[in-house]
Ligand binder design. Structure first.
Ligand code: ADP
Ligand code: MG
Length: 249
């Protein structure tokens, strides 16, 4: 059983507070969807969980399987079982996916066999995997590549930052159903950041959280994502403004 516990996490970048008290626990096999307006700090949370430099954690902590990883470097977090699929995957010329998997701490018995089976499942059969990771790939191909890395590495907890952006309808379906399968077969725990409930049709969330101004302001069951798609974020952003202005009275 794995467990990621985020407690009262506050963080800033360039003197601006971006995270203002995030509390969230993700366990093996669970899918948590995080939805919120642009600029609310969702990607910042994803980056801080993975240990990207450039942010200052001013309060709170991140604990993975009982180990406090708040100050640990990214590679150690990865080794401990954390994985991030980035909103904007980077191109790494000269490093192939099998180079990356060979160097990773996960022991994969038959990398070529695995890549060939999984890549055709993910609709990447036309992509030449001997090229550098993500090199000259389309937006959708990069998102499929992120998923390929995920299923090969088999992390314990994965953060998926807008994995659906750039994916066509078919891509959305194969990627989300493949990850749902990993939650069932491998007990993968998922934090999925998205704007659209369509991704959540196959990758079924156990909890949906609304993220506004650097913190979770509401949580509910899967249906909350559908409600949100109809109503937008106004209900949550306006309540927040009211409470802020009342607080100021
Ligand atoms: P979201 O993913 O929810 O759209 P982000 O986490 O990307 O939001 O950004 C939240 C806010 O923090 C934005 O106003 C963004 O400009 C700011 N921000 C993010 N990273 C940095 C940084 N390294 N330095 C300064 N500001 C940042
Ligand atoms: Mg973002």
């Amino acid at each position: 059983m794995s467990e990621l516990i985020i407690t009262d996490l506050h963080a800033k970048a360039e003197d601006k507070e971006i995270l203002s008290g995030v509390n969230l626990t993700i366990q093996s096999g669970e899918v948590h969807a995080l939805m919120g307006p642009n600029g609310s700090g969702k990607s910042t949370l994803a980056h801080i969980l993975m240990g990207r430099p450039g942010y200052e954690i001013t309060k709170g902590q991140i604990v993975l399987n009982g180990i406090n990883i708040t100050e640990k470097p990214t590679w150690e977090r990865a080794q401990l079982g954390l994985f991030l699929a980035m909103q904007y995957p980077v191109e790494i010329d000269g490093v192939t996916l099998s180079d990356l998997l060979t160097e990773s701490s996960t022991e994969i018995p038959d990398i070529d066999g695995l890549l060939s089976a999984e890549s055709s499942l993910l609709g990447l059969e036309k992509v030449d995997l001997s090229r550098g990771i993500n090199s000259d790939m389309s937006g959708g191909e990069k998102k499929r590549m992120e998923t390929l890395q995920l299923v090969a590495i088999k992390p314990q907890i994965a953060i998926l930052d807008e994995l659906d952006s750039g994916l066509d309808v078919d891509g959305l379906k194969v990627v989300s159903s493949r990850i749902e399968r990993a939650t069932q077969e491998d007990g993968l725990g998922v934090l999925v950041i998205t704007h659209y409930s369509r991704l959540l049709e196959e990758l079924k969330p156990d909890h949906v959280h609304i993220f506004v101004n650097g913190r979770i302001v509401d949580s509910g069951p899967a249906e909350l994502a559908n409600e949100l798609e109809k109503t937008g974020y106004e209900k949550w952003t306006s309540t927040l403004e009211t409470s802020v202005s009342l607080g100021g009275l």
